[in-house]
Every structure is written in C-alpha cells, then in structure tokens.
Design a binder for this molecule. Structure first.
Ligand SMILES: *[C@@H]1O[C@H](CO)[C@@H](O)[C@H](O)[C@H]1NC(C)=O
Ligand SMILES: *[C@@H]1O[C@H](CO)[C@@H](O)[C@H](O)[C@H]1NC(C)=O
Ligand SMILES: *[C@@H]1O[C@H](CO)[C@@H](O)[C@H](O)[C@H]1NC(C)=O
Ligand SMILES: *[C@@H]1O[C@H](CO)[C@@H](O)[C@H](O)[C@H]1NC(C)=O
Ligand SMILES: *[C@@H]1O[C@H](CO)[C@@H](O)[C@H](O)[C@H]1NC(C)=O
Length: 471
C-alpha cells in the first residue's frame, strides 16, 4: 500500500469518529442516507472512508430510478468537493468502468471473489459519485420498458439533473458543496449537457447547485471534427494507407449521422484489411489471445464505447494492464450478495447486469451534432473547463479533440508545454482563457486505467485550478 494512503487513512480514522458522533442524530431512518450506507462489500478490504449506494427515483410516472455509488474521500471528506463521474457508450456503466477499473478505490480480483485497493484512486482527493445513467444502464432501470428504446441525450440530461437534485435532498451535508462533473468518451456529451442543465436549474432555484467545473477525457465533441480527426489519426499513425485516407476524405460526409454505403465500406476496408490485430483503444498495446474466454465481453467493449458509428471489429485483448477486468466486473456485480450489499436490483430487474447496454446503444434516440456551443456557454459563465486526451487512443483520438477545440478560437494564456509527473513527461498542455487542454502521454481511451499516476496528477491539478506541473 502506498505510504500516502496509509497516512490518509490514519488522518481519516479520527475524522470518522468525529463525523459519527457529530452527525448520527441527523441520519433519517426513512428515505435518508442511512439506508444507503454500505457496511462492506463482499471481499472488500477495510477502508477508512464511508460508502453509500442505492436508487433515486427520477421519474415516478414511468418508474425510472437511477443507481449511484458514493465513495467518500480518504480523510476529511466533509471539506472535500463532490465529483460526479460518468462513463459513455452511450449505455455503459460508471460502476463497471469508472469505479472498478479507472478512478475508484477498488479493483476486482481475478476470481471476482474479492477487491483490492487502487492506490491512485481519485477519492484520495475528493468524494466520488458514480452514477449509472440513463435508466437501462447497469442497475438503473425503468418500469416502462419502452424507455430503453427512445432514450437519448435529452432524457439523459434531464434525468441526471433530477437525480442530483433529489440526491442532494437525501444527503443534505453535500448541499452547497463544491461540485465537479467528470467523465470520458460519450460522456463528452453527458457532462457538458448536464452542466448546462444545472446552470438552467440554478437560475430558477432557491438552492442552486454549486457547480464549479467540468473535466472530460477522450470526449466525443463534434461529429465533423471528431470524424475528420479520427481518420487523420489513423493516417498519421500509419494505421491506414495514403490511398484509403484519401478515399475516406473524398467520399465520406463527416457531418452526417449515418454515412453512405460507399463510405461505410471504406471504413470496413480500413479496419478489416489495414488495421490488423490491434486494440483501437490503445494502439500500441500488444494484443493478447482471443482464446482467453473473454470473448463476449471483449466484443461488447469494442462495439459499445464508440462514439457514433458502430464499427465492426474482431475483438482484441491486450496486456500491460489486466484486460479482463470487465469480465470480473460482470461476475462480481451479478453476485446476489454483492447486489444486496450495494442495495442494488431491489426490484428484480428482468435481465443481467452488464458493463454496457446494447439495447440502449442500438436505439439511441437523439444526439447533439456538436457540443462546442455548450463549451462556449459554460466558459462564458466562468466554469472551470478541462479537456484531456490519452494520446494513443484511436477511437476518440487527440487529433479529433484538437480539431474540435480549435474551433473555439480561444486565447492562449500559457503556451504549450510538457507537464511532468514523477520527473517524466506526463503529457503536454496548453492553458487557454476559459479552458485547459492536456494530453496524457501513452494513455489509451480510458486514461486512468492506462496511466493511473498521471491521471491522478491531472485530477489534483484540475481540482486546485492550477496549471499542470512544469517539472
Ligand atoms: C418499479 O416497479 C416495482 C414493482 O412494482 C416497484 O417496487 C418500484 O418501486 C418501481 N420503481 C419506481 C422507480 O417507481
Ligand atoms: C480474491 O479475493 C479473495 C477475497 O479477499 C481472496 O480470497 C482470493 O484469494 C483473491 N483471489 C485472487 C486471485 O487474488
Ligand atoms: C496464448 O495462447 C496460447 C495457447 O493457448 C498460450 O500458450 C499462450 O501463453 C497465450 N498467450 C498469452 C499472451 O496469453
Ligand atoms: C436482478 O435480480 C434477478 C434475480 O432476482 C436476476 O435474475 C437479474 O439478473 C438481476 N438483474 C440485474 C440487472 O442485476
Ligand atoms: C427523440 O428525439 C427527438 C428529436 O431528435 C426529440 O424531439 C424527442 O423528444 C426525443 N425523444 C425523447 C424521449 O427524448
């Protein structure tokens, strides 16, 4: 265990006692947070922070309820901000990815019988609220099953706001607390959209949500620039031929939601004939055997977290990190004892918990073509906005993000420089008026999975509102 965590635990032990004695009387028995308290998860090491999880009804008429898991901060949680983390898909779970393989305090072990600590967990710096959104993702459900067939960006933002408002009623000690929204991939839509929804809510509410900023990674941002930047990344990283690149540029209309058959067949050619056996989410990671039994989950993973166009890919496994964590998650979170400990699946949801919902993904109803107008609004309102990018991801690559952000025509405040973590270049960054952009060198699509130490550095700098370290 890292010395820093041990220290944090010692400090926190004292504050747990203070907290329990100080606040035990305010714990409501009914509808309060008390019922959501997690005693311990099966196979969980002892930890000095508190955890809560459960459901918040966001639409009583339809019977939609969203599931959350709060892991409070190591040490002095009461004085630390609340950070919401969302994964993308659309249709993927923040419990599966964010909590269990990226920024959360626990990792699931190989036999899915126990948990071990992630020493670079972001709850060393903040209280983390993992939300499975929209209904149909993970444990979040709707009693109106047709909801799963017409959910899109709009309902996701509305329900997520409803969730936050009602959740804060259940956890009054978080009211007025500094809040940040973070996430990756298709959460490049969710996070800014929810921020916009919160700003609109704040205008007419007596109890405004104290939203301070947002941070997104490898974020789906703008159809046209994302698509252009993606094929350009493929070409500039020598994954495709000059000829295929030229044909893609000349044939595809990157503004369209659905491409022509001619364009689709060029994509297929690039991926099937030219890419070879690589992981699109981390192009330099060596591929692993396809015979490791992770088949179905791996193919879900490849298909599901793509921005717009479901791309046909044979599933690939990679090493350098444990590639099977999604499989452990699907075993672990389907265990009845785990669900009981989490207060999850209390209504006997008629299908299994999965890391991503194919039904939601396939039937996604509405998607904004560009998130850039929302960035302009949020920047104008003075929110802290950070955008980061793992630079070996070819799914929502760094070129896509740079093309998109360039359209904002922001004024440079601190010119491009390498930032450091443990005396190594962690990536590069440029600070603009209103927005900070940072790359994470050698990180794939899920930045905190591939580069946990660098990701934690990024998170700490973001929370402080300081530029990344120059040495
Ligand atoms: C969904 O239906 C179940 C079973 O009738 C009920 O217990 C539950 O409260 C409903 N959920 C919501 C959010 O209304
Ligand atoms: C997983 O965790 C359980 C519970 O702590 C433990 O008994 C088991 O040996 C661990 N398995 C592996 C492969 O680490
Ligand atoms: C791939 O599979 C072969 C045969 O099953 C095995 O010998 C080899 O160790 C595997 N490689 C990896 C990287 O898992
Ligand atoms: C919910 O629990 C039922 C058993 O009561 C189980 O069959 C189902 O797979 C579970 N669903 C989820 C999403 O956990
Ligand atoms: C589906 O999308 C259309 C427009 O794209 C929108 O008008 C409608 O409200 C959406 N439906 C839901 C349930 O959000």
């Amino acid at each position: 265990m890292a010395p820093s965590i041990e220290r944090a635990m010692l400090i926190f032990k004292a504050s747990v006692l203070l907290f329990l004695t100080g606040c035990s009387s305010s714990r409501g028995a009914d509808g309060g947070e008390g019922g959501d308290r997690i005693t311990a998860l099966p196979g969980q090491p002892k930890v000095p922070f508190q955890q809560f999880s459960g459901y918040v009804t966001v639409n009583p008429a339809a019977g939609r309820a969203l599931f959350y898991w709060l892991t409070e901060a190591y040490g002095n949680a009461i004085s630390k901000p609340l950070v919401v983390w969302l994964n993308g898909g659309p249709g993927c779970s923040s419990v599966a990815y964010g909590a269990s393989e990226e920024i959360g305090p626990f990792r699931i072990n190989k036999t899915a019988t126990g948990l071990y600590l992630n020493k670079f967990s972001w709850n060393t710096a903040a209280n983390l609220l993992f939300l499975e959104t929209p209904a149909g993702v993970g444990f979040s459900y709707s009693n109106h099953s047709s909801d799963l067939l017409d959910t899109g960006d709009r309902r996701t933002a509305e329900d997520s706001l409803e969730f936050l408002v009602r959740w804060l009623d259940r956890f009054p000690r978080y009211k007025g607390r500094e809040m940040y929204l973070t996430g990756e991939s298709y959460a490049g839509h969710y996070v800014p959209q929810l921020a916009r929804q919160i700003m609109a809510y704040n205008l007419k509410s007596k109890h405004p949500i104290n939203l301070k900023g947002i941070m997104v990674g490898n974020a789906v941002t703008d159809n046209y620039y994302d698509n252009l930047g993606t094929v350009t990344y493929w070409w500039s990283h020598a994954m495709i031929s000059d000829r295929t690149y030229g044909q893609l540029i000349n044939t595809c209309d990157f503004r369209r939601q659905k491409e022509s058959d001619e364009c689709e067949s060029l994509y297929s050619y690039a991926m099937d004939q030219e890419f070879g056996n690589i992981d699109q989410y981390n192009i330099y990671a060596p591929p692993c055997n396809s015979s490791d039994g992770a088949g179905s989950i791996a193919s879900t993973r490849q298909g599901m977290r793509l921005p717009h166009r479901p791309r046909k890919v044979n599933f690939r496994r990679i090493s350098g990190y444990d590639p099977c964590t999604e499989r452990y998650a699907e075993t672990y979170y389907n265990r009845p004892d785990v669900q009981t400990a989490l207060h999850a699946n209390t209504t006997r949801i008629p299908y299994k918990w999965t890391a991503c919902s194919e039904v939601l993904n396939r039937n996604w109803n509405d998607t904004e073509v560009s998130i850039l107008p929302i960035y302009r609004e949020l920047i104008a309102k003075g929110l802290r906005v950070w955008v980061f990018s793992g630079d070996v991801d070819s799914v929502v690559p760094v070129t896509a993000t740079r093309y998109a952000l360039a359209q904002l025509k922001l004024v440079t405040k601190i010119a491009w420089y390498p930032w450091y973590v443990k005396k190594q270049v962690g990536g590069w960054t440029e600070v603009y008026e209103g927005l900070t952009f940072a790359t994470v060198r050698g990180a794939g699509h899920e930045v905190p999975l591939f580069k946990p130490r660098a990701a934690l550095q990024l998170f700490r700098s973001f929370l402080r509102g300081d530029p990344l370290p120059k040495s």
